[in-house]
Design a protein around this ligand. Structure first.
Ligand code: ADP
Length: 480
């Protein structure tokens, strides 16, 4: 039962193919159009055939009716007139019946009904003068009933019924119908071929795109898809190339990141190895030297540890579904705590640390992450400052966002370097950054945190004058 269902599903899936759908659509539309034209043509042909036969019958009927009223009515059967009627009936392969005013058959070219009463609606209506003439159609005949008038056309004295055979016409119609159906069958075969080629041609570019995508999936990322044809296909091809370019960029940046990480992690290792080697090389090294070298090794371990921690933070922040611990936080308090922690660092170099709060601000944020982001900015403002310089931190808010500004009077960032400072491992002055314990990941982390909060961060800086970072974050956290 289950297997049968799966087989049916597979069969139905074939009909999802664009090729088959297009083919069926073309065939159906053409078939319906052809059927419509054929049916219309046959209908018109049939109507014309019938109207031709009826006109012919009416001409005869009128002449006969006049002839009957002029001569010897109601005695018709067996007279000269009766013979004339028989000859006329022969001409259109039919039958002529004449009735008198009492509906009694006075003449019948078939001799079946003479003397009988003929009760039929058209005959009654004609005899009573209700209608002039009546045409009735059967499967194989057409019948005309018309009155017989006397006294100069003032008195209905009877009726004449002319029945003409349609057998010949029907046979003609059937022949035409057979021809048309044969013609339709040939035409449908031709349409089938055209539909097949047209649908194949329409689907071909898509197949080419699929093949190209497969090629890229197989690892040939450098190949671009170049398929020309319908506008839509060209657009798919162009969009795919755009996506490919983006993927290449991501891949390049990934490779660069991996190489940077390896390099950054290797540097402290190299230093530790040099320190350890030189201790091993000296047979009788004094204890002070051991102590000094071990302190240096310890510093390198701490540095390595910091790089790894920063990298982990960055990776976690980069994850789209990474957890955010959102809660309502007083941003004033958060800034005060950060400043209290950084104050000793600033005091060491006589740097003035000023906090300016324009209003109390409550916001729903991830406290730990935001604290890390703002700490990086303020620490940088101290690290890249001049002795006896100053750092001003301000907090403001409107109905939608809160704004934090960190401005310093430090060394500034050259204009050429400004677009890159948020890149991972980018440092304007490697030596200075290293001296101050920087990893080159601080601003990348800050930017990631602000972006996770759907905020923005901007930088204004002039060399040797100072740098200002402005951060704007929504007061209410906006989830992804
Ligand atoms: P680092 O760990 O090196 O401080 P960051 O990502 O925090 O790394 O900063 C990247 C680089 O941007 C720093 O190395 C420094 O050259 C520059 N920079 C950051 N903040 C400031 C600032 N306030 N003043 C001057 N230069 C800065």
């Amino acid at each position: 039962m289950k297997r049968g269902k799966i087989r049916l599903k597979k069969k139905l899936k074939q009909f999802k193919s664009m090729h088959i759908c297009l083919f069926l659509l073309l065939i159906t539309v053409s078939g319906l159009a052809l059927a419509g034209v054929t049916a219309g043509t046959l209908l018109v042909y049939q109507r014309q055939m019938l109207s031709g036969r009826t006109t012919e019958l009416q001409e005869y009927g009128l002449a006969l009716s006049n002839r009957i009223s002029a001569s010897g009515f109601p005695s018709v059967q067996g007279t000269q007139l009766g013979a004339e009627l028989a000859a006329a009936a022969n001409i259109f392969d039919g039958r002529i019946v004449v009735v008198d005013g009492n509906l009694k058959v006075v003449s019948d070219t078939f001799n079946y009904e003479v003397g009988k009463i003929l009760i039929s609606k058209p005959v009654i209506e004609c005899v009573r003068g209700i209608s002039g003439q009546r045409v009735t159609k059967g499967e194989n005949y057409v019948e005309l009933t018309l009155p017989v008038m006397q006294n100069g056309g003032r008195e209905n004295v009877g009726a004449i019924i002319l029945r003409a055979s349609l057998e010949e016409q029907n046979a003609g119609f059937e022949r035409v119908e057979a021809w048309m159906l044969a013609f339709d069958a040939v035409l449908m075969c031709a349409v089938g071929l055209v539909a097949f080629y047209a649908s194949t041609a329409m689907v071909r570019p898509f197949k080419a795109i699929i093949a190209s995508i497969q090629h890229v999936t197989d690892g040939y990322m450098e190949d671009v898809v170049s398929i020309r044809g319908f506008n839509e296909v060209e657009r798919i091809s162009d969009s795919f190339n755009e996506m490919l370019r983006e993927m290449k960029k991501v891949e390049e940046s990934r490779q660069e990141f991996v190489s940077n990480v390896s390099h950054e992690l290797k540097t402290p290792m190299t230093s530790m190895k040099v320190l350890a080697d030189s201790l091993i090389a000296q047979e009788e090294a004094p204890v002070e030297m051991y102590r000094e070298f071990m302190e240096d090794i310890n510093d390198e371990i701490e540095r390595e540890d910091k790089i790894i921690n920063d990298l982990l933070s960055l990776v976690k922040l980069g994850r789209k579904n990474g957890e955010m611990h959102i809660a309502q936080v007083s941003i004033n308090e958060l800034l005060e705590i950060i400043l209290r922690r950084i104050k000793p660092l600033a005091q060491n170099r006589n740097i003035e640390l000023v906090f300016e709060s324009f209003r109390p601000v409550l916001a729903t944020v991830d406290e730990v992450k935001l604290s890390l982001a703002i700490s990086n900015l303020i620490e940088n403002a101290v690290k890249y400052n001049v002795d006896e310089g100053n750092v001003r931190v301000s907090l403001n808010a409107d109905h939608k966002y809160f704004y934090i500004t960190v401005a310093d009077s430090g060394i500034g960032i050259p204009e050429a370097a400004q677009p890159f400072v948020f890149d991972r491992f980018y440092r304007v002055d490697k030596a200075r950054s290293r001296e101050t314990g920087g990893t080159g990941l601080g601003l990348a982390i800050t930017k990631s945190v602000i972006l996770r909060h759907k905020g923005t961060i901007k930088l204004y800086s002039r060399e040797n004058e100072g740098t200002t970072f402005t951060v704007r974050v929504p007061l209410s956290y906006i989830p992804d």
